[in-house]
Design a protein around this ligand. Sequence first.
Ligand code: FEO
Ligand code: CA
Ligand code: CA
Length: 642
Amino acid sequence: MASKDFDRMEDSNRSSNPSIHDVSDPARRTVLRGSLGVAAAALYGPLVAACAGPSGRETPRAIEPTIGFKGVPVDATDKLVVPEGYVASVIAAWGEPIGVPGNMPAWKPDGSNSAAEQAVQMGMHHDGMEYFPLNGNSSSRGLLMMNHEYTDDGLLHVGGFNNMNADKVKKSQMAHGLSVIEVEMKGDGWQMARPSRYARRFPMDAPFEVRGPAAGHPMMKTSADPAGLRVLGTLNNCAASKTPWGTYLSGEENFMFYFGGGDNIAAHHRRWGMRKDGFYQWEKFDPRFDATKEPNEPNRFGWVVEVDPYDPTSTPIKRTALGRAAHEGAWVAVTKDNRAVVYSGEDARFEYLYKFVSRDRIQPGGAKANATLLDHGTLHVAKFNADGSGQWLPMVHGQGPLTAANGFADQGEVLIKARQAADILGATKMDRPEWLAIDPLTNWVYCTLTNNSNRGQPNFPGVDAVNPRANNSMGQIVRWQEERDFDATSFKWNHLVLAGDPANERAEAKGNIKGDIYGCPDGIAFDARGVLWIQTDAHATQMYKGEFKNIGNNQMLACDPRSGQTRRFLTGPTNCEVTGVTWTPDGRTMFINIQHPGETPSDRSDPADPGKFSRWPDYQPGGRPRSATVVIRKRDGGIIGT
Ligand code: FEO
Ligand code: CA
Ligand code: CA
């Protein structure tokens, strides 16, 4: 989500890291073009074949995964389209009871469910999601855990966002957070298994433990939690992943939307994008979100949270060692000696990419055996060089400029102020890093940089090698290979693709896609065969016109990362985002999420006509569109994508 009103919140980075200016200087650019193929490839990407690495050196794979389906055309109608031979069905739409035994209130299509009912129903605006098999490794019964990123209060309430009050705020808070549901295949179809002992919601009143170096830090203490060890709720959760030890990781993304800062906002909070008023009016009815009353409360969000969905009694944890950021999500790679390396980015303009390397090794024995794994290790931030190399800069208190004299009293403060630490280290300011994915066959790491309309504009950072387009409306996918192993501090990188439409007049909007076109890549994930699945999130303010006029609804594509060939697999309903993807272990069922069908340019629907742009998936006259999970199967029961 990128609210138009809150546009500026996503580019609160006014630091002047030297790397940007180095590579945006026209004189230097000429030198690079003449002397280094790497820089030429990066800076003049639209002219370069999608998969040729910088200076034509190695591409990341020797095996070509087959993509066997017949691609679907661009579509701009209010329906979900999958290829011939596939069938898609909807489960677990917003408001469905999740299956808490004895407490399964039915969804009311007019928005009149109470906050208490919403607390045991599917949250709004489904996002990242993972399948956790039951019965060993079942591909017909499992848990789906997912994020509910934000609310459209125009749809959520009778009367919408007008006359907000404490009850509406409470309902909005209950529609946020995370869900665990049990799902099962019956015959050919999947359904929610209700009631289920696993069914859980983690809305804004769910307790989370704080662990790692910032636990108990003075900047984490509030009047409700003087110890700084326990936070109620998680916010704006976007992407998700599953750890090798069987837990769920979720990123707290643009949490600052929820806080009001009043007239005198502290420099620290200003750096994180705090505004006078929150986007949701929570601070008017819940003093916790009024930073003039609780100035430390925002420090308790922006973390990666870890949950064990298999244990219905488990307490979710905020893992502060991974750093505070507008985390899209977090993804685990494993070193040769079995340590965890966690990649994460923050979806905000000109912010950063991070990597945490655990001190300890992953232990057999699941969640309980790895309960402290993500609490000890070293966080790094990425610096991309114009020659196709890169470094991971350690974010360790006392090393380099991360000292008390520069405003970092201890490691806890480095982590709470990770953006400021990255600024001072000279990390590379990116074009909104969204999802990451690790190629299971080659160990290359991929990251979507969804767009950045302010890149290269007056008073904003200029283009650089990895973010090579001014007014970057379309986004790109960057990839890198670590030197020797995932814990390395140096890497080499190139672009998989610059997204766009070759029919566009503006050079920066053409891109170099091989195959079906798209813009604004966001969700990405590899399947077990090594196919890279790409999901898009162009905003309602961009779609169906201008540079996006040929691109239609948001969509999902399959890409062979070796050749770069891309084929459109699915198109979503009007104004939706396609996000979240997970598979059963046999690869024969794919689950995705359709988020915010019918999104309005303001991110807030008109309660007088809540289905103005979409009535998916129910198509009821006067009805409200609903985010929902979609189950995709091949009619012949085959592996998805073959
Ligand atoms: Fe929540 Fe970055 O999309
Ligand atoms: Ca996203
Ligand atoms: Ca997005």
